[in-house]
Design a protein around this ligand. Structure first.
Ligand SMILES: [Fe+2]
Ligand SMILES: [Fe+2]
Length: 315
């Protein structure tokens, strides 16, 4: 199949390729012309695309998560590449496409990540805490195997949620060698802190998030997580103090009220959880930016890293 990856786009170039519609919006321009504003993606990146002169009827044939074949011109607008789409159609059986070409995925196979996370779960000595984590992971196993950890920001990739949890567990295990905290609580907090992202966001089986769910918008994964732990904890007759401490860890993991945490950490395990979460999100974002950066140069300002420009060393 002839295909140009988004990473290879250059202004002024005519391209042909296959891309996933990540999201789309029918808009009207200032001179009253209708156009479809799309975010297209493949495993190498995302690009904004526009289809001019489309009508409401034609739009109904397209939806997010769908792969389309596109021919278009790459243009430069406000310092970012854009695609002016000339021809497009949905894929059919004759197009031999591999899903791995479209969706950026965690570097470790998801089934293996799940097993590794389960190995950490087995290290939890407290039976009630281990059962709590085990029940929830068992229930969510299917979705955990592909869910991303975010819609836009860190770990917005196939299997991203598990990858985030796994690396946090690896970091947490090391930190426990330095700081004598309760490992059971820390591991449970790590494994459950973002678990309700599964119900906060709607992701398709390629791990692409379309929208936040109703409950996700109204409550968010922190509150949803607290409700979940209450249910499962009570169902397994877990000691109340353990339920409350794990709920507190989830409640405080965003640290600041403006980021969704009404309480700051009041136990060392919760403090560590927050910083481990930050480390993993930041390192992921830095890695992603520097991955496509030329050595000896600065990146564009990175929005999710407070508009910092990152430098890639030459050695
Ligand atoms: Fe979170
Ligand atoms: Fe997180």
């Amino acid at each position: 199949m002839e295909n140009i990856f988004i990473k290879e786009f250059e202004a002024g170039k005519r391209i042909i390729g296959y891309y996933i519609i990540k999201s789309y919006n029918l808009k009207t321009s200032s001179n009253n012309k209708k156009y479809l504003d799309l975010t297209l993606m493949d495993k190498t990146g995302e690009v904004n695309g526009k289809i001019w002169g489309i009508d409401d009827e034609a739009v109904k044939d397209y939806k997010s998560g769908m792969v389309i074949k596109v021919e278009g011109d790459v243009t430069l607008w406000n310092n970012t590449l854009q695609l002016k789409i000339i021809r497009y159609r949905p894929v059919n059986e004759e197009d031999e496409i591999n899903i791995e070409d479209f969706v950026p995925a965690a570097p470790i196979e998801t089934e293996s990540m799940y097993q590794q996370v389960m190995t950490f779960k087995e290290m939890i000595q407290d039976e009630e805490i281990r059962t709590l984590v085990g029940e929830i992971y068992e229930e969510y196993r299917g979705k955990l195997l592909y869910y991303p950890a975010a819609k836009m920001h860190h770990h917005a990739i196939y299997g991203g949620l598990l990858y985030h949890v796994l690396r946090m567990l690896m970091t947490g295990e090391k930190l426990c060698e330095v700081y004598p905290v309760n490992k059971d609580l820390l591991f449970a907090g790590i494994m459950l802190h973002d678990i309700e992202k599964i119900n906060e966001m709607d992701a398709d089986d390629m791990g692409i998030v379309g929208e936040y769910t109703r409950d996700g918008q109204l409550l968010g994964h922190i509150i949803q997580g607290i409700v979940k732990i209450d249910h499962v904890g009570k169902a397994i007759a877990m000691e109340d103090e353990k339920i409350k401490l794990i709920q507190h860890m989830i409640l405080s993991h965003h640290y600041e009220p403006e980021y969704g945490s009404p309480k700051k950490p009041m136990i060392p395990e919760a403090e560590l959880l927050h910083y481990i979460d930050m480390i993993d999100a930041r390192m992921y974002d830095m890695d992603k930016v520097l991955g496509t950066q030329a050595p000896g140069e600065f990146s564009e300002p990175v929005f999710v890293l407070d508009k910092r420009r990152l430098y890639k060393a030459t050695f």
